[in-house]
Design a protein around this ligand. Structure first.
Ligand SMILES: Nc1ncnc2c1ncn2[C@@H]1O[C@H](COP(=O)(O)OP(=O)(O)OP(=O)(O)O)[C@@H](O)[C@H]1O
Length: 327
């Protein structure tokens, strides 16, 4: 496998002007600016291989967007290095920019509303210097994947929300970038559009072999699309690895699912926190270090007919991690 993105000790410190409230403070600040430093990204290092779809997750303000902006060349870092496809992104060489796309949000559609979708695609073709044969090939693929046939002759301003999303994607991808940075691609979409976006990202990565780095607050996006996760918190990389291991690594508890053959159910709360209960069946939340002891007690005290020990759902684990931080 070839590494297409290499990030080494990346840092970004923003300087935000500090100003007290009031007119006097406003006047003073014209002459004496004071600044506050915000350590948005700190010593972040990772590599991404060709064709990988990597989920970049973390709580609000963790530094995800800042990192994506540096990787796509919009921001110059305070220090550290990035190589993407062999280029230094913030030099913004056109050969680099023609191979990447940063898509923020779910409707990356811009341009005059009077233009038709096809006009806008042709305009992108000119800007990104896409040859006619490549344009035709890429357009055919996008039309099929995004069901665009009916929309090509429509004006941009006449598109519905879901249609805007589909056309926006086509515009952003008509030059078939090799790296996609997707910043919250499902934000603000309804359930149908979310599912369509997820299907599209999966198919696009499979069909084109593009490398994709995506941020999302929806764990379901990440669970559907990404095998590997980068978790960032307070600007620092906290986890880099398989999604499946994330819950096991981060969660302080496990779910014990127990079925019994006894006539009468015991007081389940004596074994752990009851999450779900039916007759002769229970799901218990048990602290990780107590799992062995609780299991042994259950087996000794009840006629256990089935027992499974599971990691809690990722959504819950991440919610806990985002609220309480990583231990
Ligand atoms: N232009 C800026 N000037 C000053 N501070 C900034 C600027 N942009 C971002 N920040 C700060 O840097 C930190 C990281 O922000 P960033 O937008 O990268 O986080 P994020 O993980 O993408 O968050 P979210 O999930 O809320 O989009 C935050 O504390 C934010 O307030």
């Amino acid at each position: 496998m070839v590494s297409v993105i290499d990030v080494k000790d990346l840092r970004m410190v923003y300087r935000a002007p500090l100003r007290e409230e009031g007119l006097r403070a406003a006047l003073v600040s014209v002459f004496h600016r004071t600044y506050r430093e915000i350590y948005a990204v700190q010593e972040v290092s990772f590599g991404v291989e060709s064709g990988e779809v990597v989920g970049f997750i973390g709580p609000n303000g963790a530094g995800k967007t800042t990192t994506l902006k540096m990787l796509s060349g919009i921001l110059h870092p305070t220090s550290g290095g990035v190589r993407a496809l062999g280029y230094i992104p913030w030099r913004r060489e056109s050969a680099f920019l023609r191979q990447i796309a940063l898509i923020r949000g779910s409707q990356p559609l811009s341009g005059p509303g009077e233009l038709t979708v096809l006009d806008s695609l042709r305009f992108q073709q000119l800007i990104y210097e896409v040859s006619d044969p490549d344009f035709k090939k890429n357009l055919a693929l996008l039309v099929e994947m995004l069901d665009l046939e009916r929309l090509l002759q429509r004006q941009l301003r006449a598109l519905s929300l879901g249609e805007r999303m589909r056309c926006g994607l086509a515009l952003a991808l008509i030059y078939q970038p090799r790296i996609l940075f997707l910043d919250e691609p499902t934000l603000g979409l309804d359930v149908t559009a979310i599912n369509m976006m997820r299907r599209f990202i999966a198919t696009y990565s499979r069909e084109t072999g593009a490398t994709i780095l995506l941020t999302s607050h929806y764990m379901a996006d990440v669970e559907t699309l990404c095998k590997r996760i980068l978790l960032i918190d307070k600007g620092r990389l906290q986890y880099d690895g398989e999604l499946e291991e994330l819950a096991a690594t981060l969660s302080s508890y496990k779910l014990l699912k127990v079925a019994i053959a006894d006539e009468v159910d015991p007081d389940w709360s004596g074994y752990g926190e009851v999450v779900e209960v039916e007759e002769h069946k229970v799901a218990l939340r048990v602290q990780r270090e107590q799992v062995a002891a609780v299991t042994a007690r259950l087996l000794a005290e009840c006629a256990v007919s089935d027992l499974a020990i599971e990691n809690p759902p990722l959504e819950r684990v991440m919610d806990q991690v985002y609220r309480e931080g990583i231990a």
